[in-house]
Design a protein around this ligand. Structure first.
Ligand SMILES: C[S@@+](CC[C@H](N)C(=O)[O-])C[C@H]1O[C@@H](n2cnc3c(N)ncnc32)[C@H](O)[C@@H]1O
Length: 440
């Protein structure tokens, strides 16, 4: 067998697209091992790549993670004997190659060729070049017909959605989460005009939806701070406060500031709180671009003494399972124990948030989670402890919210299956929960 060549680490010395594929495989492997967010990981691993390769690496890594459930099931059927533990890297490279063949607009020969080259780069994996070649050629030949029809998220997660929303909805949610999300924007003002200017679709709730938008910083109005990126569902909690000039509002888990910006753009005086200094730096940079202001406080919101405020928004840290379309790694980096510990943190945050609301004021609690423990059950338990609060139900049509996004208790519960569309690129919504509570 030919001696493996030493690993090529200078992107300039690589064949076209090779460095992007290497970075994608490294990123997926690192995310799976460390549980760190994909964006952060890619930023670190693609620093030396040009913009095109960075975009390619991002697309390949996200697609591999998004389709990981069915891709792994496929590999299990094609490689019955599996791969030795010490060559896990080979499996990762084959997954990344298969994702390109089955789900991306990449010529099969490029996906196969680059994968085999990457397998050959390291002495520990070079012996598997033939296997990688054979497996990927078969996938290219037989295509999606051999892809097992299984969920792309872990079993425990899909079972949880089935228990919460019923078997048909659980399966539909799982399928919807395996699709890439469109790009939703919130306008600082005049969404109708901005939608027209950007060629976007104005949604009933006032968000603007674009598909295949490319680099967001290159879109009209970015530099001028006319809009910010925010899923249509993520824009709802702040709207439920009906922010306006003359109100003082606290945003307790504020960074990176999408909801703070909404409150400030409506003319309210806003106090933005977060315990993470780096994330608050991003919030400040975002507000500066948008030419909006807020009082920024770095503090632990479970203990903060401040206010009282006319309204408090608690967009609590959560498992983020509602955002798997945008952050496909969440399906693989969260475990059932995380839901338990996050629910306990949310309860402590809610307890303190309640103290910061004026008598007669409003508390909006939200999470971008599909798990009832972080939404419906959290609020039911809070109301049982705090009889001085009661739900102020959201009504159909309020803030453009359709009746099917509101549950029987008058809480907002959006699902990735909402906002269906003939054109799947325009369909869907992040899974979000939001409850509005009145004090006294
Ligand atoms: C879901 S994110 C908030 C997103 C933000 N509301 C937005 O719309 O851009 C949750 C935030 O909670 C912050 N956080 C977590 N625990 C906290 C605590 N005990 N006190 C204050 N902030 C906390 C995290 O740093 C993170 O920025």
């Amino acid at each position: 067998m030919k001696e493996p060549r030493p690993p090529a680490r200078s992107p300039a010395a690589d064949a076209p697209g090779l460095a992007a594929r290497r970075a994608a495989a490294d990123a997926v492997q690192s995310v799976m091992e460390t549980g760190h967010p994909l964006e952060e990981t890619l930023e670190r691993l693609t620093r030396e790549l040009d913009e095109r390769d960075r975009a390619l690496a991002r697309m390949i890594a996200a697609t591999t993670l998004r389709k990981q459930g069915s891709l792994r099931a496929l590999l299990r059927t094609l490689m019955e004997r599996g791969i030795p533990e010490k060559a896990r890297r080979v499996e990762m490279l084959i997954l990344v190659g298969a994702a390109q063949i089955l789900f991306m607009d990449v010529p099969d020969h490029a996906a196969v060729g680059t994968t085999v080259t990457l397998v050959g780069e390291q002495a520990s994996t070079a012996g598997f070049k033939g296997l990688a070649n054979a497996v990927l050629r078969r996938i290219a030949r037989e295509g999606k017909a051999i892809l097992p029809d299984v969920a792309d998220q872990p079993e425990w997660m899909v079972e949880g959605w089935t228990a919460a929303y019923g078997p048909a909805a659980g399966e539909a949610i799982s399928r919807a989460l395996a699709h890439e999300a469109p790009l939703d924007l919130t306008a600082r003002e005049n969404p109708e005009i901005l939608a027209e200017k950007l060629g976007g679709r104005l949604l009933p709730t006032g968000s603007i939806r674009l598909v295949e938008a490319g680099n967001v910083t290159a879109l009209a109005g970015f530099e001028a701070g006319e809009w910010w990126v925010q899923d249509a569902a993520a824009a709802l909690p702040a709207r439920l406060l009906h922010p306006a000039a003359g109100m003082t509002l606290a945003d307790l888990c504020a960074a990176p500031g999408g909801k703070t910006a909404q409150l400030a753009a409506a003319g309210a005086r806003v106090v933005a709180v977060d315990r993470s200094a780096p994330r608050l730096r991003r919030l400040k940079a975002n507000l500066a671009r948008l030419n909006l202001t807020a009082e920024v406080i770095e503090a632990d919101a479970t203990r903060l003494k401040a206010g009282p405020y006319d309204g408090v928004l608690l967009d609590a840290p959560c498992s983020a399972t509602g955002t798997i379309r945008r952050h496909p790694e969440v399906a693989w980096t969260k475990a059932p124990a995380d839901i338990v510990s996050l629910a306990s943190l949310q309860a402590r945050l809610l307890a303190n948030a309640a103290e910061l609301v004026k008598p007669g004021g409003v508390l909006v609690y939200s999470t971008c989670s599909l798990e009832p423990e972080e939404g419906e059950r959290q609020i039911a338990a809070f109301l049982a402890r705090r009889p001085d609060f009661s739900r102020e139900p959201v009504t159909p049509g309020e803030c453009g919210i359709p009746a099917e996004w509101i549950n029987a208790a008058g809480e907002v519960r959006t699902l990735p299956t909402h906002l269906p569309d003939e054109d799947p690129r325009y369909a869907g919504l992040d899974g979000f929960f939001a409850a509005r509570l009145r004090k006294g």
